[in-house]
Ligand binder design. Structure first.
Ligand code: ARG
Length: 475
C-alpha cells in the first residue's frame, strides 16, 4: 500500500477495497504522455516565474523525460495503489529524483491537471478523426466518380420512388460526413483551452503565468474562470454528441450496405475480405462489418448519455463523479476511429452491380412523377395531372406493362394532352438528367458536386498536414 499525498490529515490507511474501487489507472494510463508534457510545461513556467529554481526544474524535467521513455518501453509498472496516472507519475518521479519532485505540484491540483491532460489527449484524437473523415470522404467521392453513371432506384419509405444516380446517393453521405467534420472542427476549438492555473477550484496565490504555460503547450486560449475550468466537461459531451451524430451517418450507410448486399437487392457485393461466413450454412456470406458498425452506434450513443447523466446533477466545482468521463470518452474515440478506418478500406473494394441497380430502377413506375410533370407543361394543373397519371399507373399495372410501353392511343384515353413527345421524357436517363434543380440528381449536377468535393478535399488534406505551429507529445 502506498503512502498517500493527503495522509497528513488521516489517521487510518485507505481500505484496499476503496483503493481498487477509486482507482482509474487501468484506463487513465493512456493519458501518460500528456500528463508528462503538461507537467514539463508547468515546471518550466514555475521556474521562469522564480516559483521554483531553474536547478530544481531541470532535475524534474529530466526525471519526467526518463519516465516517459520507461513507460514507452514498458519498463514502468503502473501501481493501482497510486490511484491514477497523475499520482503514479509523481510517485515515480519522487523515487527517481527524490524530494525535489514534490515541488512540481506547486500551484497545481489534480483537478486542473486531469482536465488539461484530457484536453490535450482529445485535441490529438480529434485531429486524427478529422484526418480519418477526410479520408472517408475521399473514398466516397472516388467511388461516386468511378460509378458516376450508375442508375439506381431512389427510395422514400423504403419504397422505390424515383431513379437517382448511385453517385448522387454516395455524395449524400459525403455531405453528411463533411458536416460531421465541420462539427468536429468546431468542437476542437472548445477543447483547445488551457485550464492549468485554476488549481483545485479557485485559482492560486502563486505568481503564475498561464499565458506562458498555454504557449508552451500550444493552446490558443486560456480558461477564463477557475470553477468552470475544473468542473466543466461540456467539451467532452460535445465531442460525444458529435461522434454520435457521425455514428448515425455511419449506421445509416451500414444499413444500406446490409440491404443492398442481400440476395433480394443484389445491388452490391461486399468484398470477401470484409465479409464472414456462417458456421452452419455453407452458402452464406454475411455483411458483419456493416452490421457491427451499425451496432456500435449503440455504444457511442450510450457513452453520450452516460456522461450527460454523470454531469447533470453535479454542484460546482470538481466532484469525483467526473472520473467517470474517461471510459465513455476513450471507448467512443476507439469505436469511431475503428469504424472510419474499416469503411475507408471496405468502400473502395465494394463491388457494384450496375445491371441489378438499373433494372430495379427501370420497373415499378419510377417515372410516374415525370409523366405528371409532362401533363403540367401541357397546361394541366398538377393535382389533376397527379390523379390522371395515378389512373394510368393502375391501368399499366393491370396490363403488366411499364408506362413507356403503353401506346399513345392508350395514354390519350386518360388525357388528350398526351403527345408522342411524352416518350422522350419517360426514359430513365431523361428522368435523371432533367432533374437539374440545385442539388438534384442530374448527371451534370453530380459531376459538378464531385468536382467541388475534390477541391474541398484537397484543401482539407492540406489542413490535415502537420502542423499549424502545434507542438505535439514529447518524443
Ligand atoms: N482521477 C481523477 C479524475 O479523473 C483525477 C482528479 C482527482 N481529483 C481529486 N480531487 N480527487 O477525475
Amino acid at each position: 500500500m502506498s503512502k498517500k499525498p493527503w495522509d497528513g490529515r488521516f489517521s487510518e490507511k485507505t481500505d484496499r477495497t476503496v483503493e481498487s474501487f477509486t482507482s482509474s489507472i487501468a484506463f487513465d494510463r493512456r493519458l501518460y504522455l500528456y500528463d508528462i508534457e503538461g507537467s514539463i510545461a508547468h515546471c518550466r513556467m514555475l521556474a521562469e516565474q522564480s516559483i521554483i529554481t531553474q536547478e530544481d526544474a531541470s532535475q524534474i524535467i529530466e526525471g519526467l523525460g526518463r519516465i516517459a521513455r520507461d513507460i514507452e518501453r514498458g519498463e514502468f509498472e503502473l501501481d493501482e495503489s497510486f490511484e491514477d496516472i497523475h499520482m503514479n507519475i509523481e510517485a515515480r518521479l519522487t523515487a527517481e529524483i527524490g524530494k525535489v519532485a514534490q515541488k512540481l505540484h506547486t500551484a497545481r491540483s489534480r483537478n486542473d491537471q486531469v482536465v488539461l491532460d484530457v484536453r490535450m489527449y482529445l485535441r490529438d484524437e480529434v485531429t486524427r478523426i478529422l484526418e480519418g473523415l477526410t479520408g472517408l470522404c475521399q473514398v466516397l467521392v472516388d467511388l461516386a466518380e468511378s460509378h458516376v453513371d450508375v442508375i439506381m432506384p431512389g427510395y422514400t419509405h423504403l419504397q422505390p420512388a424515383q431513379p437517382v444516380l448511385f453517385s448522387h446517393h454516395l455524395m449524400a453521405y459525403y455531405e453528411m460526413f463533411k458536416r460531421d467534420r465541420a462539427r468536429f472542427k468546431g468542437t476542437l476549438q472548445r477543447i483547445n483551452v488551457m485550464p492549468l492555473g485554476s488549481a483545485a477550484l479557485a485559482g492560486t496565490t502563486y505568481p503564475i503565468d498561464v499565458e506562458h504555460t498555454a504557449k508552451l503547450l500550444a493552446f490558443p486560449e486560456v480558461s477564463a474562470n477557475s470553477l468552470d475550468a475544473v468542473s466543466s466537461r461540456d467539451f467532452i459531451m460535445e465531442f460525444l454528441a458529435t461522434a454520435s451524430i457521425c455514428m448515425v451517418h455511419m449506421s445509416r450507410l451500414s444499413e444500406e450496405l446490409v440491404l443492398w448486399s442481400s440476395a433480394e437487392f443484389g445491388f452490391v457485393e461486399i468484398p470477401d475480405a470484409f465479409a464472414t461466413g456462417s458456421s452452419i450454412m455453407p452458402q452464406k456470406k454475411n455483411p458483419d462489418v456493416p452490421e457491427l458498425v451499425r451496432g456500435k452506434a449503440g455504444r457511442v450513443f450510450g457513452n453520450l448519455i452516460a456522461l450527460l447523466t454523470v454531469m447533470k446533477g453535479l454542484p460546482l466545482s470538481y466532484n469525483r463523479d467526473m472520473q467517470e468521463d474517461k471510459e465513455p470518452l476513450f471507448d467512443t474515440v476507439d469505436t469511431l476511429k475503428g469504424c472510419i478506418d474499416v469503411y475507408a478500406k471496405l468502400l473502395p473494394q465494394l463491388q457494384v452491380n450496375r445491371t441489378a441497380m438499373q433494372e430495379a430502377a427501370s420497373k415499378g413506375y419510377l417515372n410516374a412523377t415525370d409523366m405528371a410533370d409532362y401533363l403540367v407543361t401541357k397546361g394541366t394543373a398538377f393535382r389533376d395531372a397527379h390523379h390522371c397519371v395515378g389512373e394510368v399507373v393502375r391501368y399499366a399495372m393491370d396490363q403488366n406493362k411499364e408506362l413507356q410501353a403503353l401506346s399513345l392511343n392508350e395514354l390519350k384515353k386518360f388525357s388528350q394532352a398526351f403527345e408522342k413527345d411524352v416518350f422522350e421524357i419517360l426514359t430513365i436517363e431523361q428522368v435523371i438528367n432533367r432533374r437539374v434543380s440545385a442539388g438534384g440528381t442530374a448527371k451534370k449536377n453530380v459531376v459538378a458536386a464531385i468536382k467541388e468535393a475534390k477541391k474541398t478535399l484537397k484543401v482539407e488534406a492540406a489542413e490535415n498536414e502537420p502542423d499549424e505551429g502545434k507542438e505535439n507529445t514529447p518524443s
